[in-house]
Each structure stands twice: as structure tokens, then as C-alpha cells.
Design a protein around this ligand. Sequence first.
Ligand code: PGA
Length: 248
Amino acid sequence: MSRKLIVANWKMYLTLRQSIALAKKLSVHSRQFTDSKLVLCPSFVALEEVAKVVRGISIKLGAQDVEPEARGAYTGEVGLDDLRLLHVQYVLVGHSERRRHFKETDKMVNEKLRATLASKMRPILCVGEPWNVRRQGMIKVRSFIGAQIHKGLRGVSRKDIKRVLVAYEPVWAIGSGRADTPSDASMVHEFIHSVLPVKTIQVLYGGSVDRKNCGQFLRTPNIDGLLIGRSSTVFKELRAILNTAQNL
Ligand code: PGA
């Protein structure tokens, strides 16, 4: 029986209406996916409506980002209190698109992660190396990822670390149609598990996962689940991935 976590990161791919429609379709099928946990991360605008659709069923909610400050003059930001009110349980922090397009630093990622923990939600710390690092080999990849994890988790107590999840997403694999190989990803996952102070932390793989390659990742023992972008926005794709997770 599989207990793998499937996190759907809808990014800015879907309109509000499309988000509601996809959540509704998934909710109809949610009883079939009892063995793997599904987390939907819609846009902030869609969170409230998607929250209504999934209330009381096994599908959980996640946010794509958060503002760590509690309240105040932060134009354009969305705070943790509102996420909690909407029953959001997971928050993506440090996604590579946030790091690249919005210049998020490790320090900012760490602030978001700690604020999420303080608000009793579970951060998913996203890490991953760019191609120019991967090209130089696995030793460089380890030191790059090790530094991101170390800085991302700075100041987090051992007790709180148990509620953190990590997503390994090689930057060059995201949205490129060129997923990592399960064996290379597994090597990085093994390394990530080895540097984490708590052995039970779930480490997800992300980067061009689709219905064809998901089984290989899901069958790899140290890959505890998937963080999926584009394929998770298409009902048939996501249903096929959930079916694969269910029938491992
Ligand atoms: P992708 O995105 O599945 O479209 O590559 C993954 C992610 O960025 O979380």
C-alpha cells in the first residue's frame, strides 16, 4: 500500500473558474485515492473557492507562497492568518520560480518557513540546483543542496523540524519536459535524508513529472512523493498519476 504524497502546484496556469472546475472533478474521484494524499496548491485568488470544494474530503490544501510578517503595510502580500482560516495545511517555501523571478534569498525562505511552522502549518522547503551546478557533478550538487537546506532550516527546533517537508526540484528539470533520472534523483534524495536531523521527514521529487514517468519516481524507496506543476493542471494527467500512486 502506498502512502506517497502528491502535491499539485497549479502555479499561475489556471483561472479561478478552471481551478474550481478541476477541484470539483478531483473531489468526485477523491474516494479512489485514499492511499495517497493529494494536496492542491491553487493561486491565492482561487484558494477560498477550492477550499469550499475540498472541505470534509481527503484532499488537502496548500499555498504557493506566504508573507512571513503577521499583518501590516505589505502591499500585495498574503498572510498566514488568512491561510489558516481557509484550512490551508501546507505552504510551499523557496520554490525556484520565487527564488529566480522574485529574488527570494535563503534568508527570506528561512523566515517564511519559520513563520509557517509558528502558524501550525507545514512548510514544503523547495531546493534544487541549476544546470551549471549539475553539469559539474554530484559532489557540487550535494554541496549546493546541503547549503540550501542548512540555510532554509536555520533556527528551527528539532521538534518543529518534524513538520517540515522537503521538495527536491532540479531547476533545469522544472517545466522543461526533461525530468531527472530516477537514479540520479534518488542519489540526491539519499543525501538530503542523510543531512536532515530527523529521519522521518518526507522528501518529494519535482520537475517535469507526468503520467509516463511518475511510476519510476514513486517506486523509488527514498522518494516519498511528488511535487507536480504542469501535469497536475490537467485532470486526466493528474488522475493517471494518482492511479499509479494508488496501485504501487
Ligand atoms: P513542472 O513543475 O512539473 O511543471 O516541471 C514542478 C514545480 O515547479 O513544482
